[in-house]
Design a protein around this ligand. Structure first.
Ligand code: V47
Length: 382
C-alpha cells in the first residue's frame, strides 16, 4: 500500500463527502475509519439501490491509495494457441484441434509479435493460451528463453494458474517445480486469469474441466512464495449471484493477507456471444460499476484495481475511474479472448487515447511497468 493508505483520518470531512444514506451510515463509518468490511457488508453494498453512494465510498478509498494518479502501460497480449481441452461454457476462444478455426503459433510467430511491440515501446507482453498437449512445459520454457535472449528488458507476464496446473498434470510435477522451471527460463510475473468464480456451485457449471478454486489459489500462493508478483481476476455477469462475487473477492483477500503477492484485481465483464451461455444478457452498466466499487471496498489489501477497457469498453472503463478503479491496463494491441465473444471495443488503444480518457476523467495519467514502477520517457509513444 502507498503511504496515502496510512495518512491521518479526517473522519468528519470524509463522512461529509460520502453523503451516505442513513441505511449505509454504519458502512460509511467503517470505510472512513479503515475498518475491514465483512461478507454481509459486501452483500449489502451489492443490494443497496444508491449506486452513487457506494461509488463515492469506493472513490474515497481509491483517492486515499492513489491520489489523482491513474496508471496504464504499453503492453501487448499474445495468445499462442486457441486449442483448448477445457471447453468452458463462457468461452468463445477455445477450439478443438480439428476445428478449422484452430490456430497454433510457432516460437518465431511469438518472437515476431514481441519484436513489433518492443518497437512500439512496450514494456510487457502478456502471454496466455488454451490448454494444448503439444504446448507443454518444454515448449514454453523454450519460448521464454527465446524471448529473454532477444528482448532482455521486456517483462514476461505469462500463464494463468489454470495453465500452470495443466503443465503440472501433463508432466506429473508439483506447482513449485513447474514454477521454478518457468522462472529459470525467464518468467517475470503471472496474470490473473482463470479465476472465474470460485464457488463450486457456479464453477462446476461454467468451467467444470479446469482447476478448482483451491488449486487456483495454491498456484498463486506458491508463486508468491517464490517471489513472483501476480494479478487476480473475477468473471462476473453470467450465472453468479451477489454472494458468489463477495465470496470470491474475500478468498482473494484472505490469500493476500498471507502472501501480499497480488498487485492488481481485474473484474472481467462477461461477453456472451458465441459461447454456450449466449442466451444470457451479460452484465449491465450498473453492475459493471457496482463490481468495481464493491471490489475496491472489500479488497483493502490489494493496491490496484483495473478498469479493463477491452471488456468494459472505453466509456464504462473511464467512468470506472470514479468508482474505485485506478488503472486502465494497457495498449493491448491484439486481443482474441473477448473479441471472439462479441466485444465491441477496439483491439488496441494508442497511448494518446488512454491518456485522453484519464485526463478527461480529471486524473493524471502515469505510465507504469508491470510492477507499477513509473516509466519515464522523453516523449510518450503511441
Ligand atoms: O481467463 C474468457 C476471461 C480471461 C470470456 O492479469 C472472458 O493483468 C469475458 O485474465 N467474456 C483472460 N471474459 C483475460 C485476463 C486478463 C486480462 C487483462 C489483464 C489481466 C492481468 C488479465 O478472460 C480468462 C477468462 O477469465 N474470459 N472468456 C468472455 N466470454
Amino acid at each position: 500500500m502507498t503511504p496515502a493508505a496510512t495518512a491521518p483520518v479526517d473522519a468528519a470531512a470524509d463522512l461529509k463527502r460520502l453523503r451516505a444514506p442513513a441505511d449505509l451510515a454504519d458502512l460509511a463509518e467503517k470505510v472512513v475509519h479503515r475498518q475491514r468490511l465483512s461478507f454481509d457488508d459486501g452483500v449489502r453494498l451489492y443490494r443497496h439501490p444508491d449506486l452513487l453512494a457506494v461509488g463515492r465510498m469506493a472513490d474515497l478509498v481509491r483517492e486515499r491509495l492513489h491520489g489523482d494518479r491513474v496508471y496504464y502501460n504499453i503492453n501487448r497480449h499474445i495468445e499462442p494457441t486457441n486449442v483448448c481441452a477445457t471447453a468452458c461454457a463462457f468461452c468463445a476462444f477455445g477450439r478443438d484441434a480439428q476445428d478449422p478455426e484452430a490456430y497454433e503459433m510457432s516460437h518465431d510467430d511469438v518472437y515476431e509479435r514481441a519484436a513489433a511491440c518492443v518497437a512500439e515501446g512496450a514494456t510487457e507482453v502478456h502471454i496466455v493460451a488454451g490448454l494444448h498437449p503439444q504446448f507443454d512445459l518444454e515448449w514454453y520454457e523454450e519460448m521464454l528463453r527465446g524471448l529473454k535472449a532477444r528482448f532482455p528488458a521486456l517483462h514476461l507476464k505469462c500463464f494463468t494458474s489454470v495453465e500452470i496446473a495443466y503443465f503440472c498434470r501433463l508432466h506429473k510435477l508439483s506447482h513449485e517445480t513447474v514454477l521454478r522451471r518457468l522462472i529459470a527460463a525467464g518468467l517475470d510475473s503471472m496474470p490473473g486469469g482463470g479465476a472465474e468464480i470460485f464457488a463450486p456451485e457456479v464453477r462446476t457449471q461454467i468451467c467444470d474441466n479446469k482447476c478448482d478454486a483451491d488449486e487456483w489459489l495454491q498456484v498463486h500462493r506458491t508463486a508468491h512464495g517464490l517471489g513472483l508478483r501476480s494479478n487476480c481476476t473475477m468473471l462476473y455477469g453470467h450465472i453468479e449471484g451477489d454472494e458468489h462475487r463477495v465470496d470470491h473477492v474475500l478468498r482473494l483477500r484472505a490469500l493476500q493477507d498471507e502472501t501480499h503477492g497480488f498487485q492488481a484485481f481485474i473484474p472481467l465483464a462477461f461477453h456472451p456471444a458465441n459461447t454456450r451461455l449466449s442466451h444470457l444478457p451479460g452484465p449491465s452498466g450498473r453492475l459493471d460499476l457496482r463490481v468495481i466499487a464493491v471490489s475496491r471496498l472489500l479488497l483493502d489489501n490489494i493496491p490496484h484495481l483495473k478498469a479493463y477497457w477491452i471488456m468494459l469498453g472505453e466509456k464504462t472503463a473511464q467512468v470506472g475511474l470514479s468508482f474505485g478503479a485506478n488503472d486502465l491496463d494497457g495498449t493491448v494491441v491484439e486481443e482474441k479472448i473477448v473479441h471472439m465473444a462479441g466485444a465491441e471495443s477496439p483491439e488496441r488503444l494508442a497511448v494518446d487515447r488512454l491518456t485522453f480518457l484519464i485526463r478527461e476523467a480529471g486524473k493524471t495519467p502515469v505510465e507504469r511497468d508491470t510492477l507499477y514502477n513509473v516509466v519515464k520517457r522523453e516523449k510518450a509513444r503511441a
